[in-house]
Design a protein around this ligand. Structure first.
Ligand SMILES: Cc1ncc(COP(=O)(O)O)c(C=O)c1O
Length: 375
């Protein structure tokens, strides 16, 4: 199996050293500092494997179930702590999908499934989300895409990059479609926790026996550098298979990541962190929404959850050319072109990162570029 690079990662690699002065693309809340956790850390902590379980610290797995609303529905042994949501997706995908299997994905969506399907030799079947419908996933098209050969349906909720949410009724409908053909249903919930249009959607691991919930502390809590995520699934064999593959990848979880994530997910601390992130994000999202409404070069559907959304560039402007010109002098502003999601006339905009992102400066410069585009 050889993994080929995807456009999105290629863009990040190409721009790593660009040193932008402003970002309109931050997808995570402002990151806490190590000092915020020192008072709760034990200096005697041994920096070895957690000594108790290959699935991750038991208290952390309890918190993971609690934040997903699964405390009385799933068991702590249904949870595997991983090196971020990215590893959780990887472990589930590789242990389930064989060459020739069909994998159903959404477009736009998180590209990891597409990359892995190509590497494994599986057939990718993409279902287009409808922009005119606020990026809703069309369930009739999804039903059509699912066949007897479908091994895995891979979705995000909230969706990366549009912030569209699938409510409980849709999740049940999709689980029924998966059940009819015995397919696995993975829902990557890495953007959950900052919902603007209603409650957090229920986790698929509590709705469907072959449902796999993926999450992490990366986005709403801004703790991406901890590399701590999880997979939750009521199927013991799937979790065990993931443990086995992980033994041959990152082997064990990093103890510092587990320990800090356990502190961050303690109920009182989590509630406070989410409420502060929510307050900042709502205010910033409001500013971005007003900006886009007034900017003739852009239009969008405001995200229903999370910190990122997809905006359409007017006049069929090419997103690659736009992002590159915006990143260069004199604008020096970073955002992701929609080409990373197969949408060449859109851009991904985000309101995370706090004051360091210099969002307002970036928006001013983006307006200048839009006004100067033909020059
Ligand atoms: C949908 C989605 N899944 C997974 C990841 C990876 O997250 P983590 O940092 O938890 O590995 C990302 C990161 O951007 C993402 O957007």
């Amino acid at each position: 199996m050889k993994v080929e690079i995807h456009t999105l990662f290629q863009y990040l690699l190409d721009t790593t050293e660009a040193e932008p002065e402003a970002f309109i693309g931050f997808s995570l809340s402002e990151s806490p500092k190590l000092g915020d956790f020192l008072a709760d850390l034990d200096p005697e902590l041994r920096l070895d494997w957690n000594q108790s379980s290959f699935r991750g610290l038991p208290e952390l797995r309890q918190h993971v179930l609690a934040q997903a609303g699964l405390t009385n529905i799933c068991q702590p042994d249904d949870v595997l702590i991983t090196a971020g949501a990215a590893e959780a997706n990887y472990l589930a995908f590789l242990q389930l999908v064989q060459p020739g299997d069909e994998v159903v994905v959404e477009r736009p969506g998180w590209p990891q499934a597409e990359v892995l399907a190509k590497a494994v030799g599986a057939k990718l079947v993409a279902v287009d989300r409808g922009e005119a419908q606020g990026w809703a996933l069309p369930l009739d098209a999804l039903a059509h895409a699912i066949t007897d050969k479908t091994k895995l349906i891979f979705l995000t909720n909230p969706n990366n990059p549009t912030g569209r949410m699938m409510p409980e009724a849709e999740l049940h409908a999709i689980a029924n479609m998966a059940d009819r053909v015995g397919a696995w249903l993975l829902v990557d919930e890495v953007y959950a926790g900052l919902e603007w249009a209603g409650p957090r959607a229920p986790s698929i691991a509590g709705l469907y026996p072959r449902g796999i919930t993926i999450g992490s502390v990366s986005k709403a809590l801004g703790l991406q550098g901890l590399r701590t995520g999880w997979l939750i699934c009521p199927d013991a064999t799937l979790v065990q298979d993931a443990v086995i593959l992980r033994e041959n990848a990152s082997e064990i979880m990093n103890i510092l990541g587990e320990t800090i994530a356990e502190i961050a997910l303690r109920p009182a601390r989590l509630t406070a962190a989410l409420s502060s992130a929510r307050q900042t994000a709502l205010e910033t999202l409001g500013r971005l929404d007003t900006y886009i409404a007034k900017e003739p070069g852009l239009s969008w559907h405001r995200p229903q959850a999370g910190l990122i959304g997809l905006a359409r560039l007017a006049n069929d402007i090419d997103s690659d050319a736009f992002a590159q010109r915006l990143l260069a002098d004199p604008y020096r502003t970073f955002l992701l072109p929609g080409s990373c999601y197969g949408l060449p006339n859109h851009i991904r905009v985000g309101v995370g990162g706090g004051a360091n992102s210099q969002l307002d400066l970036g928006l001013t410069r983006m307006s200048e570029l839009l006004a100067n585009w033909q020059n």
